[in-house]
Unconditional design. Sequence first.
Length: 268
Amino acid sequence: MIGIISGEGSLSKVLINNLSDNKIKFLVINLGKIRILKKNFYNLNITQFSKILKILKDNNCKEVIMAGKVTRPRIQDIKIDFKLIKMLPNIIRSLKKGDSHALDFVIKILKNNNIRVVSCLKYVPELKAENFMLFNKESKQDFEDINKGIAILNHINNKFDVGQSIIVNNGFVVGIEAAEGTDEMLSKSVNVLKKINKNKKSGFLIKFPKKIQDLRIDLPTIGHSTIKKCIDVGLRGIALKKNANIFLDQEKSIELIKKNNFIIKVVN
């Protein structure tokens, strides 16, 4: 039995459909806002970790896949019981350090209970960004913007647990993702991008995993809506990392990418 810890977004839906089609047994811990009333679906909150762990163990789940966005809980919202009270100091420390540290702590707890966390790409390898073969050629300036963005993300995330995305346009750093997420960062960057672009599309969204993160979970994800948002704000392309990014809606995105001469660059 595989346990899926499901958050917001369409990744978990794709994964669930794939497992169903291949007749692989699974259960879903649904942490999303919308309750799902189906067999083997458990509607819980991320703060109910002891209950989540009990369900996984009672159903003999040996593997767990984390799919979708889950908001890091506030310390005061965590439901503390006898099992968690001993871990409380470590829980508080991990939450204060950021998302990657909090997820690492969850992985450690699961491992201590003989439950292995695996990447969703083990079951849906077709979602790897490098599988998308429609690539337009980037310019020298695009190449420089991409490299600058990668260097900055690697530097800040080598020490600090910040975000997975950055916008670089003609050498200018336009935005760095923080707690607001990629979409909100793109929205906030519109006015600056208009000044730089002057009615011409330029600049890249670089979306890379954090230097400190475990690649089995929370892989940077793009889809049709991300591409449309980038085009709407005037960007020329998105740069992703090989074997470390998820690309949803690939077939749906082809026409949009062709029409706008948009670039999907996958970097080794």
